[in-house]
Design a binder for this molecule. Structure first.
Ligand code: FPP
Length: 231
């Protein structure tokens, strides 16, 4: 069985670059390229949803040149997604807090979301300026506002209602989380959505994470499901 939704924490770009005596930003460039490779492989394997962690709310504390490189890489990635929208048949959405992003980035995100909105062969979510606690707080604010305006009765707030206020509304919860590069933490990623997901940790740094290893992660996911009798 192929997991319907895979979430990835793409860790280890910096260490990958350092091990090669290269600047950290080269690791990020290689890492951004690998999103394309893995998205293509995931689509071929029949994965419907892929959610990648590209920039966390904590990442602003990184050196300024690294932050601006990550912003440029997002723009480049979105430009390619725009150009290849029809060929890829992939719907692209960006989750996370938009307000703090530069206008040109916000505009580009909106354009790509619009132009890819009708495609459904694979759904890619890029988590950018994303933090799960921040997402939950933003959802709570919207809920309280709706209660205040009489649009929602607090007695009607269920898990489902709450989920529909998150950035991931309309997206099923991940079946499998992959984190590369040896750390075994969740790092404020999709805390609500990962409640029942399987976790796969690998020492491979993200730039080296290959379609073959994606298949290995899926195989392990299947073995676990067989062992624990997912009926
Ligand atoms: C972790 O490596 C990587 C990130 C900061 C997030 C992932 C970013 C990319 C894959 C490139 C950007 C892509 C887009 C679309 C914007 P790290 O720097 O934490 O590595 P380290 O732990 O080895 O230092």
């Amino acid at each position: 069985m192929v997991p319907k939704h895979i979430a990835i924490i793409m860790d280890g770009n910096g260490r990958w670059a350092k091990a090669k005596g290269l600047p950290r930003t080269v690791g990020h460039i290689k890492g951004a390229k690998n999103i394309e490779t893995i998205a293509r492989a995931a689509k071929k394997l029949g994965v419907k949803y892929l959610t990648v962690y590209a920039f966390s709310t904590e990442n602003w504390s990184r050196p300024e040149d690294e932050v601006s490189k990550l912003m440029e890489l997002l723009i480049e990635y979105l430009n390619k997604a725009y150009k290849n929208a029809e060929k890829n048949q992939m719907r692209v959405r960006v989750i996370g807090q938009r307000e703090r992003l530069e206008k040109r980035i916000k505009d580009r995100i909106e354009e790509v979301e619009e132009v890819t909105a009708g495609y459904d062969e694979i759904f890619l979510q890029v988590a950018f300026n994303y933090g799960s606690r921040d997402e939950i707080v933003r959802a709570t604010r919207k809920i309280t506002q709706d209660v205040k305006e009489g649009k929602l009765d607090s007695a009607d707030i269920t898990e489902e209602t709450f989920g529909s206020y998150l950035d991931t509304k309309d997206i099923p919860d991940p079946d499998l989380l992959i984190r590369t590069s040896g750390e075994e933490r969740i790092s404020n990623y999709l805390l609500w959505q990962l409640a029942y997901s399987e976790f796969y940790f690998t020492k491979t740094p993200w730039p080296d994470f290959s379609p073959k290893e994606l298949e290995a992660a899926i195989d392990e996911f299947n073995n676990r499901n067989r062992r624990f009798g997912n009926v």
